[in-house]
Write a protein that binds this ligand. Structure first.
Ligand code: NAP
Length: 302
């Protein structure tokens, strides 16, 4: 198949591109800056193109002749605003609207969109509210386009900005003041997410469906940070911050370029990122435990 992966140069997209290229599909990956996607150049049947996907004419050209489009663009820092900041509006809402319209106009039969677990119009954060609006936007492509929405909890795997980030911080800090230590997550392995996304391409029973994706276990943030410390060989004392201090820390981080946290992230963590139906993956896929994978990319020998 000819496949367009919008947001295909990031963490999830790069792994998905490797899986889809190995299956023999021809992929086009637009990026804002080609040098960010150097790691994908070696994949056979993958073409990385520098393009502004927000430009409708560019998007129309990219969608022409595609058998399916994956919509993977997501950001964690989109600014403050009601119902969401301008960055979230552009990347999570306006872009999916344009993608849906471009798919319809170009006759692309299939659109697979990655949202986030707990996306909802009344969610506590701009991130989650904008992700919900993005879902509504892509569903507007139906019935001409068969749409599937995938909503993962936090994703772990080589190159993640989750456990890898914690391991990096723990290496440098003698003690970790941790915001939202009791926040709960049900992390899902990147390999399981790419398996689901690739399966959606083949399975007509995924048309018009939305899938929540979670791993086998629920952890608190404190447990996850402690685990990243143990596995990476840098166990450190963790000082859990109360709510107000968490918010203050996140606010201060907004002034640090590349800072790991925002007030909006703190608001997202008020909702447990867990699957309400328990451990959930579609198509009979067994979720992979964190402990089976993380030592391979966090361990001292990694
Ligand atoms: N990682 C997780 O734990 C997790 C959990 C739940 C949901 N998700 C969702 O999964 C999707 C993929 O996440 P990821 O972790 O792979 O993200 P990522 O590594 O940050 O990659 C983001 C991708 O989106 C593109 N992008 C970012 N901002 C953009 C903008 N303003 N305009 C156009 N393109 C933009 C980037 O392209 P260039 O920089 O090359 O232009 C890159 O390809 C996102 O929708 C995210 O919300 C991720």
């Amino acid at each position: 198949m000819n496949l367009l992966l919008i947001g295909g140069t990031g963490f999830l997209g790069s792994h998905l591109a490797a899986v889809l290229a190995a299956a023999g599909h021809r992929l086009t990956l637009p990026t804002r800056r080609r040098e960010r996607a150097k790691h994908l150049a070696l994949l056979p049947t993958v073409e990385v193109v520098e393009a502004d996907v927000h430009n409708p004419a560019t998007l129309a050209r990219l969608c022409r002749g595609q058998d399916a489009v994956f919509s993977l663009v997501g950001i964690l820092k989109g600014g403050e605003g009601d119902p969401y900041g301008a960055g979230f509006a552009r990347a999570h809402v306006e872009l999916p609207q344009k993608v849906a319209a471009a798919c319809r106009a170009a006759g692309v039969p299939r659109l697979i969109h990655v949202s986030a677990l707990k996306a909802a119009a009344d969610a506590p954060s701009g991130y989650l509210r904008s992700k919900a609006a993005g879902e509504t936007a892509v569903l507007a492509a139906q019935p001409e386009v068969a749409v599937t929405i995938v909503r993962p909890s936090v994703i772990f795997g080589r190159g993640d900005s989750f456990l890898t980030l914690f391991a990096g911080l723990l290496k440098m800090a003698p003690l970790v003041p941790l915001a939202c230590p009791a926040a709960r997550f049900q992390p899902v392995w990147m390999g399981d997410v790419t398996t689901v996304l690739a399966a959606c391409l083949e399975r007509t029973d995924s048309h018009g469906r939305a899938y929540d994706l979670c791993g086998p276990r629920v952890y608190s943030l404190r447990e996850l940070v402690a685990y990243a410390g143990r596995v990476s060989g840098h166990p450190r004392p963790i000082l859990g911050l109360p709510d107000f201090a968490s918010w203050l820390q996140a606010w201060a981080m907004e002034f640090v370029p590349g800072g790991p946290m925002t007030r909006d992230n703190v608001r997202s963590m008020r909702l447990p990122s867990i699957c309400d139906s328990g451990c959930a993956l579609p198509f009979g896929i067994e979720p992979t435990p964190l402990e089976a994978v993380a030592p391979g990319y966090l361990g001292p020998a990694a």
